[in-house]
Design a protein around this ligand. Structure first.
Ligand SMILES: NC(=O)c1ccc[n+]([C@@H]2O[C@H](COP(=O)([O-])OP(=O)(O)OC[C@H]3O[C@@H](n4cnc5c(N)ncnc54)[C@H](O)[C@@H]3O)[C@@H](O)[C@H]2O)c1
Length: 249
Protein backbone atom coordinates (compact mmCIF):
# COMPACT_ATOMS: atom_id res chain seq x y z
CA UNK A 1 0.00 0.00 0.00
CA UNK A 2 1.23 3.52 -0.75
CA UNK A 3 1.52 6.08 2.00
CA UNK A 4 3.96 7.75 4.36
CA UNK A 5 4.73 4.43 6.08
CA UNK A 6 5.07 2.27 2.95
CA UNK A 7 7.69 -0.44 3.44
CA UNK A 8 7.67 -0.14 7.24
CA UNK A 9 6.83 -3.01 9.57
CA UNK A 10 4.80 -2.03 12.63
CA UNK A 11 4.07 -4.10 15.74
CA UNK A 12 1.03 -3.04 17.77
CA UNK A 13 0.68 -4.80 21.13
CA UNK A 14 -2.86 -5.46 22.31
CA UNK A 15 -4.07 -4.65 18.81
CA UNK A 16 -7.13 -6.86 18.86
CA UNK A 17 -9.59 -4.22 20.03
CA UNK A 18 -10.13 -0.66 21.25
CA UNK A 19 -7.32 1.85 20.81
CA UNK A 20 -4.83 -0.79 19.63
CA UNK A 21 -7.15 -1.95 16.84
CA UNK A 22 -7.67 1.66 15.70
CA UNK A 23 -3.89 2.21 15.71
CA UNK A 24 -3.31 -0.97 13.69
CA UNK A 25 -5.91 0.12 11.10
CA UNK A 26 -4.49 3.65 10.89
CA UNK A 27 -0.86 2.54 10.50
CA UNK A 28 -1.96 0.12 7.77
CA UNK A 29 -3.89 2.88 6.02
CA UNK A 30 -0.65 4.90 6.05
CA UNK A 31 1.06 2.01 4.23
CA UNK A 32 2.74 0.04 7.01
CA UNK A 33 2.63 -3.75 7.20
CA UNK A 34 1.16 -4.40 10.62
CA UNK A 35 1.62 -7.20 13.15
CA UNK A 36 -1.44 -7.22 15.38
CA UNK A 37 -0.42 -8.70 18.72
CA UNK A 38 -3.04 -10.26 20.97
CA UNK A 39 -2.94 -12.38 24.10
CA UNK A 40 -6.13 -14.41 24.07
CA UNK A 41 -8.66 -12.92 21.67
CA UNK A 42 -7.78 -14.63 18.38
CA UNK A 43 -11.17 -13.90 16.74
CA UNK A 44 -10.92 -10.20 17.53
CA UNK A 45 -7.33 -9.99 16.24
CA UNK A 46 -8.32 -11.90 13.08
CA UNK A 47 -11.16 -9.44 12.52
CA UNK A 48 -8.72 -6.51 12.68
CA UNK A 49 -6.43 -8.30 10.20
CA UNK A 50 -9.38 -8.98 7.88
CA UNK A 51 -10.50 -5.34 8.10
CA UNK A 52 -7.02 -4.16 7.13
CA UNK A 53 -6.81 -6.66 4.25
CA UNK A 54 -10.24 -5.60 2.97
CA UNK A 55 -8.98 -2.01 2.87
CA UNK A 56 -6.00 -3.09 0.74
CA UNK A 57 -3.45 -3.29 3.57
CA UNK A 58 -1.22 -6.04 4.92
CA UNK A 59 -1.46 -7.44 8.46
CA UNK A 60 -1.20 -10.59 10.49
CA UNK A 61 -2.07 -11.60 14.03
CA UNK A 62 0.62 -12.84 16.42
CA UNK A 63 -0.11 -14.11 19.94
CA UNK A 64 2.06 -13.38 22.99
CA UNK A 65 1.71 -12.00 26.49
CA UNK A 66 3.70 -8.76 26.74
CA UNK A 67 4.32 -9.47 30.42
CA UNK A 68 6.28 -12.62 29.53
CA UNK A 69 9.76 -11.49 28.46
CA UNK A 70 10.77 -14.84 27.02
CA UNK A 71 7.57 -15.12 24.95
CA UNK A 72 8.12 -11.58 23.64
CA UNK A 73 11.71 -12.39 22.60
CA UNK A 74 10.65 -15.57 20.79
CA UNK A 75 7.80 -13.78 18.98
CA UNK A 76 9.91 -10.78 17.92
CA UNK A 77 12.67 -13.12 16.71
CA UNK A 78 10.11 -15.09 14.67
CA UNK A 79 8.69 -11.85 13.24
CA UNK A 80 12.21 -10.73 12.25
CA UNK A 81 12.93 -14.02 10.48
CA UNK A 82 9.62 -14.12 8.60
CA UNK A 83 8.80 -10.45 8.00
CA UNK A 84 11.92 -8.44 8.80
CA UNK A 85 12.91 -6.10 11.62
CA UNK A 86 10.21 -4.13 13.39
CA UNK A 87 10.50 -0.46 12.32
CA UNK A 88 7.64 0.84 14.45
CA UNK A 89 6.65 -0.46 17.89
CA UNK A 90 3.43 0.68 19.52
CA UNK A 91 3.29 -0.39 23.17
CA UNK A 92 -0.46 -0.31 23.61
CA UNK A 93 -1.37 -3.45 25.61
CA UNK A 94 -2.80 -2.52 28.96
CA UNK A 95 -5.03 -3.70 31.78
CA UNK A 96 -6.52 -2.04 34.84
CA UNK A 97 -7.61 -3.48 38.17
CA UNK A 98 -9.36 -0.64 39.90
CA UNK A 99 -9.84 -0.55 43.65
CA UNK A 100 -8.94 1.43 46.71
CA UNK A 101 -5.38 0.85 47.95
CA UNK A 102 -6.59 -0.92 51.09
CA UNK A 103 -8.51 -3.38 48.95
CA UNK A 104 -5.84 -3.92 46.30
CA UNK A 105 -4.04 -7.25 46.44
CA UNK A 106 -0.36 -7.73 45.76
CA UNK A 107 -1.39 -9.97 42.83
CA UNK A 108 -3.46 -7.15 41.28
CA UNK A 109 -0.56 -4.72 41.72
CA UNK A 110 1.87 -7.17 40.11
CA UNK A 111 -0.40 -7.93 37.13
CA UNK A 112 -1.09 -4.25 36.33
CA UNK A 113 2.60 -3.34 36.61
CA UNK A 114 3.65 -6.47 34.70
CA UNK A 115 1.42 -5.78 31.69
CA UNK A 116 1.42 -1.97 31.55
CA UNK A 117 5.03 -1.24 32.53
CA UNK A 118 7.17 -4.38 32.29
CA UNK A 119 5.40 -5.16 29.01
CA UNK A 120 6.66 -1.86 27.59
CA UNK A 121 10.20 -2.71 28.72
CA UNK A 122 9.99 -6.28 27.36
CA UNK A 123 8.78 -5.23 23.90
CA UNK A 124 11.13 -2.24 23.64
CA UNK A 125 14.10 -4.40 24.58
CA UNK A 126 13.11 -7.07 22.06
CA UNK A 127 12.91 -4.69 19.06
CA UNK A 128 15.81 -2.42 20.00
CA UNK A 129 18.65 -4.56 18.65
CA UNK A 130 17.12 -4.61 15.14
CA UNK A 131 16.36 -0.89 15.25
CA UNK A 132 19.90 -0.07 16.40
CA UNK A 133 21.32 -2.11 13.55
CA UNK A 134 19.00 -0.32 11.11
CA UNK A 135 19.87 3.01 12.74
CA UNK A 136 16.19 3.90 12.59
CA UNK A 137 13.07 3.20 14.58
CA UNK A 138 9.94 4.62 16.12
CA UNK A 139 8.49 3.62 19.47
CA UNK A 140 5.23 5.04 20.80
CA UNK A 141 4.03 4.09 24.27
CA UNK A 142 0.44 4.47 25.42
CA UNK A 143 0.39 6.14 28.84
CA UNK A 144 -2.74 7.72 30.35
CA UNK A 145 -3.96 11.00 31.77
CA UNK A 146 -4.24 9.05 35.03
CA UNK A 147 -0.44 8.79 35.12
CA UNK A 148 -0.36 12.61 35.35
CA UNK A 149 -3.43 13.41 37.44
CA UNK A 150 -3.85 10.28 39.55
CA UNK A 151 -7.35 8.97 40.23
CA UNK A 152 -9.00 7.54 43.29
CA UNK A 153 -9.14 3.76 42.97
CA UNK A 154 -6.48 3.61 40.26
CA UNK A 155 -3.22 3.62 42.21
CA UNK A 156 -1.80 0.59 40.41
CA UNK A 157 -2.75 1.87 36.97
CA UNK A 158 -1.53 5.43 37.73
CA UNK A 159 1.81 4.10 38.97
CA UNK A 160 2.26 1.98 35.85
CA UNK A 161 1.27 4.75 33.44
CA UNK A 162 3.50 7.33 35.16
CA UNK A 163 6.27 4.74 34.97
CA UNK A 164 5.72 4.48 31.23
CA UNK A 165 6.48 8.22 30.93
CA UNK A 166 9.77 7.89 32.85
CA UNK A 167 10.73 4.90 30.74
CA UNK A 168 9.85 6.80 27.55
CA UNK A 169 12.16 9.69 28.47
CA UNK A 170 15.06 7.44 29.48
CA UNK A 171 14.72 5.31 26.35
CA UNK A 172 14.49 8.44 24.17
CA UNK A 173 17.82 9.68 25.51
CA UNK A 174 19.45 6.26 25.31
CA UNK A 175 18.39 5.47 21.73
CA UNK A 176 18.56 8.89 20.08
CA UNK A 177 22.10 8.42 18.79
CA UNK A 178 20.76 5.60 16.57
CA UNK A 179 17.91 7.72 15.23
CA UNK A 180 15.31 5.83 17.22
CA UNK A 181 12.61 8.10 18.62
CA UNK A 182 10.60 7.15 21.70
CA UNK A 183 7.46 9.07 22.60
CA UNK A 184 4.24 8.55 24.50
CA UNK A 185 0.64 9.54 24.08
CA UNK A 186 -1.53 10.02 27.14
CA UNK A 187 -5.21 9.51 26.31
CA UNK A 188 -7.94 10.83 28.57
CA UNK A 189 -11.41 9.26 28.51
CA UNK A 190 -11.65 7.24 25.30
CA UNK A 191 -14.73 5.24 24.33
CA UNK A 192 -13.50 1.61 24.52
CA UNK A 193 -14.27 -1.61 26.42
CA UNK A 194 -11.75 -0.57 29.10
CA UNK A 195 -13.93 2.39 29.96
CA UNK A 196 -16.96 0.08 30.23
CA UNK A 197 -15.23 -1.38 33.28
CA UNK A 198 -15.37 2.00 35.03
CA UNK A 199 -18.39 2.66 37.23
CA UNK A 200 -20.94 4.87 35.44
CA UNK A 201 -21.05 7.41 38.25
CA UNK A 202 -17.26 7.75 38.31
CA UNK A 203 -17.16 8.10 34.52
CA UNK A 204 -19.86 10.78 34.47
CA UNK A 205 -18.05 12.69 37.22
CA UNK A 206 -14.82 12.77 35.21
CA UNK A 207 -16.66 13.52 31.95
CA UNK A 208 -18.11 16.65 33.56
CA UNK A 209 -14.50 17.85 33.94
CA UNK A 210 -13.68 17.51 30.22
CA UNK A 211 -13.75 20.97 28.60
CA UNK A 212 -14.57 19.48 25.17
CA UNK A 213 -17.51 17.72 26.91
CA UNK A 214 -17.29 14.35 25.20
CA UNK A 215 -15.33 11.12 25.20
CA UNK A 216 -12.46 10.80 22.77
CA UNK A 217 -12.43 8.12 20.07
CA UNK A 218 -9.81 5.43 19.46
CA UNK A 219 -9.31 6.95 16.01
CA UNK A 220 -8.32 10.29 17.56
CA UNK A 221 -5.62 8.54 19.58
CA UNK A 222 -4.51 6.56 16.52
CA UNK A 223 -4.06 9.76 14.47
CA UNK A 224 -1.50 11.10 16.98
CA UNK A 225 0.32 7.77 17.12
CA UNK A 226 0.56 7.54 13.32
CA UNK A 227 1.86 11.11 13.22
CA UNK A 228 4.64 10.26 15.71
CA UNK A 229 5.47 7.11 13.71
CA UNK A 230 5.61 9.00 10.41
CA UNK A 231 7.81 11.65 8.78
CA UNK A 232 6.19 14.46 10.81
CA UNK A 233 7.52 12.92 14.02
CA UNK A 234 11.15 12.69 12.91
CA UNK A 235 12.50 15.39 15.26
CA UNK A 236 10.24 14.63 18.22
CA UNK A 237 11.55 12.36 20.97
CA UNK A 238 11.01 11.92 24.70
CA UNK A 239 7.68 13.75 24.51
CA UNK A 240 4.12 13.06 25.57
CA UNK A 241 1.13 14.10 23.48
CA UNK A 242 -1.95 14.53 25.65
CA UNK A 243 -5.21 13.52 23.96
CA UNK A 244 -7.81 14.31 26.58
CA UNK A 245 -10.20 17.04 25.44
CA UNK A 246 -8.59 19.43 27.91
CA UNK A 247 -9.14 17.24 31.00
CA UNK A 248 -5.50 17.80 31.96
CA UNK A 249 -3.80 20.95 30.66
N1 LIG B 1 -9.84 3.70 27.08
C1 LIG B 1 -9.32 4.71 27.72
O1 LIG B 1 -10.04 5.63 28.14
C2 LIG B 1 -7.83 4.81 27.92
C3 LIG B 1 -7.34 5.99 28.46
C4 LIG B 1 -5.97 6.13 28.64
C5 LIG B 1 -5.12 5.11 28.29
N2 LIG B 1 -5.62 3.95 27.78
C6 LIG B 1 -4.65 2.92 27.42
O2 LIG B 1 -4.77 2.61 26.05
C7 LIG B 1 -4.39 1.25 25.84
C8 LIG B 1 -5.50 0.53 25.11
O3 LIG B 1 -6.65 0.59 25.92
P1 LIG B 1 -8.13 0.25 25.43
O4 LIG B 1 -9.04 1.23 26.05
O5 LIG B 1 -8.14 0.02 23.98
O6 LIG B 1 -8.32 -1.12 26.26
P2 LIG B 1 -8.91 -2.51 25.86
O7 LIG B 1 -9.08 -3.25 27.14
O8 LIG B 1 -10.08 -2.36 24.95
O9 LIG B 1 -7.70 -3.13 25.02
C9 LIG B 1 -6.51 -3.53 25.64
C10 LIG B 1 -5.82 -4.49 24.73
O10 LIG B 1 -4.65 -5.00 25.36
C11 LIG B 1 -4.64 -6.40 25.24
N3 LIG B 1 -3.86 -7.00 26.32
C12 LIG B 1 -4.14 -6.97 27.64
N4 LIG B 1 -3.20 -7.64 28.31
C13 LIG B 1 -2.30 -8.07 27.40
C14 LIG B 1 -1.10 -8.81 27.48
N5 LIG B 1 -0.63 -9.23 28.67
N6 LIG B 1 -0.41 -9.08 26.34
C15 LIG B 1 -0.88 -8.66 25.13
N7 LIG B 1 -2.03 -7.96 25.00
C16 LIG B 1 -2.72 -7.68 26.13
C17 LIG B 1 -6.10 -6.79 25.27
O11 LIG B 1 -6.33 -8.09 24.75
C18 LIG B 1 -6.71 -5.70 24.41
O12 LIG B 1 -6.57 -6.01 23.03
C19 LIG B 1 -4.07 0.67 27.21
O13 LIG B 1 -2.69 0.74 27.44
C20 LIG B 1 -4.82 1.60 28.13
O14 LIG B 1 -4.27 1.60 29.41
C21 LIG B 1 -6.96 3.78 27.56
Amino acid sequence: MNGALAGKLALVTGGSRGIGAAIARDLAAAGARVVVNYRAQYEAAAAVVAHIAAAGGTAEAVAFDVADGEAVDVAVHDIAVRLGNVDILINNAGVSADGLILRTSEEAWDRVLDVNLKGVFNCTKAVTRGMMRARAGRIVNISSVVGFMGNTGQSTYAAAKAGVVGFTKAAARELASRDITVNAVAPGLIATDMLEGMQAAARDMVLALVPLRRLGTPEEVAAAVTFLAGPGGAYITGQVIHINGGLYV
